[in-house]
Design a protein around this ligand. Structure first.
Ligand code: SF4
Length: 324
């Protein structure tokens, strides 16, 4: 059953259940609600890198931190569409374009992104964007251009948010999610663990996501990649069991969502990734870079899929199912 009236106590009880029991329950929910044996493969491209005015403590692209990120202006249409084509040839079915902006402005750069959305959509890929805060009208324009999903992470629980970001509020974040939803675009929204948050903060984040009127269509679960020069450099590495616990709880709370094993995968062995898949993760990012940090090689992923008997999920699967 899909429910969105979870209480915080229920979420906490699931989150704190013994790990083996939690994994078993998550795997059971996964088998009931998802096609097993398939994993969605997404590519994330930074179309505009660095120089961001925001102060997200984990992010190497914030202009105020000295991280050595090679900042560049908006990529050209040709570069983006040809990268999307290569991603498609390598098995990706979703292509996400990220720009290090605080919010979208109605200017020529946005017009160019609109063209990119059209171009990538024409390749038969599910197009996603992550461009910062968005008005309802801007969301509508993206929808008309063929945008399938919009990523906007809540990052952490509301009580911890001010310790990580001070240049915008949790409410701002939720408003953008509402604008995306109103435009009929799928919501991609998750968080990051390893930001110095408590279990209660993680539980609150999951509770916020799982009690939205409509669960996010995809939920990225990231482990902090601590980058030199950011305030969170030197943070302790996230233990794989914490990722497993987070993923399993997300799977149980939001059975239909694509739960994405996102940043931090580069530091995981194949065995550790298997634990995450068994706990209900069914989506990954492919490609050598995740915005600015390293990601596993495409060929390593292909070998892993072969070994595990996994196949990439086809694009627009939900629409196909509805049409049949
Ligand atoms: S996470 Fe996004 S909004 Fe925050 S500093 Fe990085 S690019 Fe800017």
């Amino acid at each position: 059953m899909i429910k969105n009236n979870w209480t915080i106590e229920e979420v906490s009880e699931i989150y704190h259940s013994p790990l083996m029991e939690l994994m078993y329950r998550a795997a059971t929910v996964h088998h009931q609600h998802q096609a097993t044996g398939e994993v969605q493969v997404c590519t994330l491209l930074s179309v505009k890198t660095g120089g961001c005015p925001e102060d997200c403590a984990y992010c190497p692209q914030a202009a105020r931190y000295n991280t050595g990120v090679d900042a560049h202006k908006l990529m050209s249409y040709e570069e983006v569409v040809s990268t999307a084509l290569v991603a498609k040839e390598n098995g990706s079915t979703r292509f996400c374009m990220g720009a290090a902006w605080r919010n979208v402005k109605d200017n020529s750069d946005f017009d160019k992104v609109i063209d990119m959305v059209k171009g990538v959509n024409a390749l038969g890929l599910e197009v996603c964007c992550t461009l910062g805060m968005l008005t309802e009208q801007q969301a509508q324009r993206l929808k008309e251009a063929g945008l399938y999903a919009y990523n906007h992470n809540l990052d952490t629980g509301e009580a911890h948010y001010d310790n990580i970001i001070t240049t915008r509020t949790y409410k701002d974040r939720l408003e953008t999610l509402d604008n995306v939803e109103k435009a009929g675009i799928s919501v991609c929204c998750g968080g990051i663990i390893g930001l110095g948050e408590t279990d209660a903060d993680r539980i609150k984040l999951l509770h916020t996501l799982a009690t939205r009127e409509k669960h996010p269509e995809s939920v990225p679960v990231n482990a902090l990649v601590a980058v030199e020069g950011t305030p969170l450099a030197g943070s302790q590495k996230v233990d794989v069991w914490e990722m497993v616990r987070m993923i399993a709880t997300a799977r149980i709370l939001m059975p239909k969502a694509m739960v994405r094993l996102s940043a931090g995968r580069n530091e995981m062995s194949v065995e550790q990734q298997v634990l995450c898949f068994m706990a209900g993760a069914n989506s990954i990012f492919a490609g050598e870079k995740l915005l600015t940090t390293p990601n596993p090689d495409v060929n390593e992923d292909k070998a892993m899929f072969e070994k595990l008997g996994l196949k990439p999920r086809e694009s627009f699967k939900v629409e196909h199912a509805l049409a049949n």
